[in-house]
Design a protein around this ligand. Structure first.
Ligand code: ADP
Ligand code: MG
Length: 574
């Protein structure tokens, strides 16, 4: 009770902020405007970090990356109508990646609904396709329980996005403090374990394997199974292959990592254990000719509906990867077993790894200018700190970069992911840098972008500079999507007509000075054309922990063609 006798009031915005705080939400990314500005202000007052971005899509990518990195959902806060629609791309990406996320959308006033209100849109219905739970609280009093349900749903079972709709008339409406009951923070996700008989069977199938392979996916990274999986790999001496974001669960430089013989490993393995990796396009659906027709899959997943997709598994292990891997380890503790290191399988894999590595080193050593992808990535790999986050997107930039740039720690690679989304890079890098600043000060974020990929969310460079996040952005610039023209060819082409008539759709403006986007906001910019310039600018950028930088790296505009000679490194054969 207040001293003047009236009851103390609280606004809808304050209730939302307190409900988020109670559920341990630490980060909100978004763009404010009518009607959500007050929510961001209230959240900040409670010590929740608010990161204002330049497009809701990038904000949503950032919030979803926080969920993957920390295991607690980040929030994406957006305005009604177009704001929410821009965020749908981020929700879809999080949904396909199985990452937790909460989207909070302001919506038009309830009493104007169906009247053509400002930015009116059926938001709860629109979000349903992209998430696990989509709802509008029926009153301010029900906000805490809806937010608890959204947070809980986002992390229980297979993680994913949830949507909470907040009508404009809730935001500033005042209710009596005592009418609000905050729901306690939801418990961490319950840990589920596989059936004992299935674990026993899995161990026995593995023991009898002639050509075993472990595939480590981002589900393993998300479940924080690194210690258990590293132990299993070491103890049983098994070859393993990380998926793009499974990189680092076991370090890429581990002697049992067979990434450099990926196609061969998939093609000839007779038993494959899937640690949180779906048999989708990334793994060629688990089908011939990329696999043996009778390959036995041992599938570990937290989502029962995933088990058996595309291929009938020999053994299904339904449960949390960390817990299930420990169950497997128990079997191998009881009856120790090692896959023989002198097997012909290892020999086949090693031979292929050596020849593949030699071929890319050969390309990297080429002295011709403009540089090719391999020259660039070998230079970068040499200088990167081991514990840095690597964010990457672009077609060849991401695919070739992944084969050269190493990850040593789990959840330290973020890329276009299962949905193949371009435009995620800057949002992911911002999220990683903010999380790193709070939890591992000094840890760096390297964002390796193709020039086309950079364009989707390029204005987030302003966000990076505003929060002074010392991200090192590399734009690997070939003047186009897949490939482009050099400046002379571009000029020559324009003699034959207007660019809309004659320019190949893949072309972007040659020699664009993307580094000036960074200098425009006070960061450091470099335009580099030689390996020496690249080395120097990268050394300077990494030495400066106080400022972001962008290194615009000019490469051979037709560089993709060279790479395609090496069919094992092209996109169709990832
Ligand atoms: P990748 O892209 O690395 O191949 P996917 O995204 O295809 O990985 O697969 C990740 C899988 O991990 C999903 O099927 C998801 O249900 C599963 N998953 C997520 N978290 C867990 C967990 N804690 N335990 C087991 N499986 C999980
Ligand atoms: Mg390009």
């Amino acid at each position: 009770e207040r001293s003047d006798g009236g009851e103390e009031k609280v606004s809808g915005a304050e209730v939302i902020a307190q409900a988020l705080k109670t559920q341990d939400v630490e980060y909100v990314f978004g763009i404010v405007g009518i009607p959500v500005t007050e929510i961001a202000v209230a959240a900040q007052k409670l010590g929740i970090r608010y990161v204002g971005m330049r497009n809701e899509q990038a904000a949503c990518y950032a919030a979803s990356a926080v969920g993957y990195l920390t295991g607690r959902p980040g929030v994406c806060l957006v305005v009604s109508g177009p704001g929410l629609i821009h965020a749908l791309g981020g929700m879809a990406n999080a949904n396909v990646n199985c990452w937790p996320l909460i989207v909070i959308g302001g919506s038009s006033e309830r009493r104007q609904e169906t009247m053509g209100a400002f930015q009116e849109f059926p938001q709860v219905e629109a979000c349903r396709l992209y998430c696990k739970f989509s709802a509008r609280p029926s009153s301010i009093e029900t906000i805490p329980s809806i937010i608890e349900k959204a947070v809980r749903s986002s992390i229980y079972g297979r993680p994913g996005p949830c949507y909470v709709d907040i009508p404009a008339d809730f935001v500033n409406f005042q209710v009596n403090v005592n009418s609000i009951k905050y729901v306690e923070c939801c418990l961490p996700p319950p840990v589920s374990m596989a059936e004992t008989s299935a674990v026993y069977m899995a161990a026995s199938v593995l023991r009898n394997a002639k050509r075993p392979l472990l595939i480590i996916g981002k589900g393993a990274a998300y479940s924080r199974a690194e210690e258990a999986i590293r132990k299993l790999v070491g103890q049983c001496k098994l070859p393993f292959l990380p998926t793009p974001m499974g990189k680092g669960v076991v370090p890429d430089n581990h002697p049992n990592c067979v990434s450099a013989a990926r196609s061969r490993a998939l093609q000839f393995a007779d038993v494959i254990v899937l640690f949180g990796a779906r048999l989708n396009w990334i793994l060629h659906f688990g089908l011939p000719p990329r696999y043996q027709p009778d390959v036995k899959f041992i599938q570990i997943d937290i989502c029962a509906e995933e088990l058996g997709n595309n291929v009938k598994p020999a053994v299904s292990l339904l449960g949390d990867i960390n817990a299930v891997t420990k169950q497997l380890l128990e079997q191998f503790d009881k009856t120790p077993w090692q896959y023989p290191p002198e097997s012909s399988w290892w020999q086949t894999l090693r031979e292929k790894m050596e020849s593949n590595e030699a071929a890319s080193k050969e390309l990297a050593s080429q002295k011709s200018l403009p540089m090719n992808y391999y020259t660039v990535f070998y230079q970068v790999q040499e200088q990167l700190p081991r514990d840095c986050f690597v964010v990457s997107e672009g077609a060849n930039t991401m695919d070739i970069g992944r084969t050269v740039i190493q990850n040593y720690l789990p959840r330290h690679r973020l890329d276009a992911g299962t949905f193949g989304t371009m435009g995620v890079g800057l949002g992911f890098a911002i999220a990683a840098a903010i999380v790193a600043r709070d939890r591992n000060p000094g840890k760096r974020v390297i964002c390796v972008e193709g020039d086309s990929a950079f364009g989707f969310s390029g204005m987030e460079v302003e966000t990076i500079c505003r929060y002074n996040l010392p991200i090192v952005l590399l734009v690997v610039n070939n003047n186009g999507i897949y490939q482009g023209f050099d400046a002379d060819s571009w000029k020559e082409m324009l003699k034959f007509g207007d660019a809309t008539e004659v320019a190949p759709p893949v072309c972007l403006l040659p020699n664009s000075h993307y580094e000036q986007v960074m200098t425009a906001f006070g960061g450091k910019g470099y335009f580099v054309q030689t390996p020496e310039e690249l080395q120097k600018s990268l050394r300077e950028s990494l030495a400066d922990t106080t400022k972001p930088s962008l290194i615009n790296i000019m490469i051979e505009p037709q560089a993709t063609r060279k790479a395609q000679d090496f069919h094992w490194l092209t996109r169709s054969n990832m």
